[in-house]
Design a protein around this ligand. Structure first.
Ligand code: DQA
Length: 145
């Protein structure tokens, strides 16, 4: 039976493709949705992508995932490094969680090296560009079986 995987994206990722393309590349969030849907579909699952610039809306979507999703792929963007509230929300979710960063946060400024979300994530992918989302969905599919 096909399951739903939530693909959650934090602030400024609506500008993906236009925003600092030297760091984040030229692909857009629509491209992210397409690659994730392809990988999930190959495994009999479906994705729902959500992006918000607002911390509370991301928390609301994680709470919705408790009822509607079997797994979460999340790029919390800058909230990665600041949000105990997103960590707490993820801790209420029982399925697998994979954290994705388009850039390699460990190669960048020191303030990007710490992730609150990694305290909950079952896996972390960083520095693989938009392909990182596809890798994350692939991993989720093997965890979901
Ligand atoms: C990011 C890395 C974060 O440090 C940054 O604030 C982002 C995007 C990434 O995908 O590489 O907005 O999560």
């Amino acid at each position: 039976m096909g399951k739903t995987i939530y693909i959650l994206n934090g602030p400024n990722l609506n500008l993906l493709g236009k925003r600092e393309p030297d760091i984040y590349g030229h692909e857009t969030l629509a491209d992210v949705e397409r690659v994730c849907a392809t990988v999930a579909g190959e495994n009999g699952h479906a994705v729902r992508l959500f992006q918000s610039n607002h911390e509370g809306e991301i928390i609301d979507s994680i709470q919705r995932a408790r009822d509607e999703a079997a797994a979460i792929v999340i790029n919390p963007a800058a909230f990665t490094h600041t949000s105990v509230a997103i960590l707490d929300a993820l801790n209420t979710f029982e399925g697998p969680v994979i954290e994705v960063h388009i850039s390699n946060i460990h190669k960048r400024e020191a303030f990007r090296h710490h992730s609150y979300v990694s305290l909950r994530a079952d896996g972390v992918i960083a520095g693989c560009g938009v392909e990182g989302y596809a890798l994350a969905v692939r991993r989720i599919c093997s965890l979901l079986g």
